[in-house]
Ligand binder design. Structure first.
Ligand code: NI
Length: 131
């Protein structure tokens, strides 16, 4: 671990402190580490590098054929899918968490297809760097 001094304008420092408070970071250093890693992750995605990600889908399992289509698409892209977890949230709704690894553009293509299916209530792709 190395220490270094950072000069910031007052308003930017105020924004950093707001971020520290709102995200409950223990200190400014942790917030800066988070921002640097977030930036590096986004760069990897922009450059279509090998990355890992998690796709979260919430849907009503009664919607016709939805579960069948979800499985079919995942099989088409099986080389990108590491694992998936299905949770029955309540009587109607399910949450599926699909862990992915591969080229950023391919992961986006797969998750766009899944999220676009009729009956998906919520879908979000969480980007990460490759492990
Ligand atoms: Ni379910």
């Amino acid at each position: 671990m190395k220490r270094f001094g950072v000069s910031l304008e007052d308003d930017l420092l105020e924004k950093l402190d707001e971020l520290v408070a709102s995200r409950a970071f223990p200190n400014r250093s942790q917030a800066i580490r988070f921002l640097i890693r977030k930036h590096l992750t986004e760069e990897r995605w922009k450059n279509n590098r090998e990355v890992s990600a998690c796709l979260v889908l919430v849907y009503d399992h009664h919607k016709s054929d939805l579960q069948h289509k979800l499985t079919g698409i995942q099989h088409e892209y099986h080389h990108l899918v590491l694992c998936s977890q299905h949770v029955h949230l309540d009587h109607d709704n399910c949450m599926e968490t699909i862990t992915l690894k591969g080229k950023a553009a391919a992961l986006e293509e797969l998750s766009d297809k899944l999220m676009a299916l009729k009956g998906i209530i919520h879908g979000e792709l969480v980007m990460s760097v490759s492990g």
